[in-house]
Design a protein around this ligand. Sequence first.
Ligand code: ATP
Ligand code: ZN
Length: 289
Amino acid sequence: MESNGTIRIAIQKSGRLSEGSLALLHQMGLEFETYQDRLFARCRNMPIDLIFLRDDDIPEYVQDGVADLGVVGSNVLDERRSEVARLLPLDFGYCSLSIAAPEREAYRSVSDLDGKRIATSYPQMLRRYLKQQGVSVKTVLLKGCVEIAPALKVADAICDLVATGSTLRTNRLRVLDTVSQCQAILIGQKRPTSKKKRDIVERLLIRAKGVQEARKFKYIMFNAPIEALEPIKKLVPGCKSPTVIPLAEPGFIAVHSMVLEEMFWEVVEKIRECGGRDILVSPVEKFIR
Ligand code: ATP
Ligand code: ZN
């Protein structure tokens, strides 16, 4: 399929990755409309078309050059071992590929499953993992509803994607081991494409990274006595250094900086210990280094 330099991005049509993929593309500044049952959308402000597919088909579309970029779970990539470039982990669609067995069975670890049957839609990942563990099983390949296989006596255990674990609990299964941690990934082509396309892909990647980076940080502003400046500089070093502005009230400063979300509360407590007050925090929408 010839695309005249227009970039095609493949995302899941409807499923667990759809919302996160659409949100990311909108945050990257792509303007487009989506309608139910549409398989295709054209961006208004960039030479980009979106195609909506089953997640399992996305790696092949990118590998074959039909799509230039795609968003897909790392589980699908690891199972297929598709010839695509993994450009950026996207920090959503988190789940794990786990081995689980009926609660009532006394299995303690995967080695207790030696010689047993495991139902899965991920036979390659399971096989590779069990080989490392020196465990040999019979895999029962199922395309969906893997979790009911033990109750139906089709298998002794399962290997499936788990996020909250509620499906496992409903089916009276418990996790014995984890094969892989998974999340959504932005993928692209390994083989060279035209300069025009490469330039757009490069621009999109900078935008996607900008969105990703922003999510990790908070913007923080507070007032503090000027004597506290040195310890405060260490607490909120920001990118180069914090912005420090004198207040109208002598002896006081306002400090602006960025703080990692995961360190946020710890840093705020220490700022208060240094005399920092009136702490204002806001989300960072984009952060381009
Ligand atoms: P499709 O119709 O597109 O083939 P699907 O049923 O295969 O959809 P979903 O269940 O929507 O796919 O899952 C898509 C991806 O979402 C998975 O491949 C995985 O990377 C991720 N994911 C996150 N949490 C879960 C979960 N609890 N169960 C299954 N997949 C999850
Ligand atoms: Zn699927």
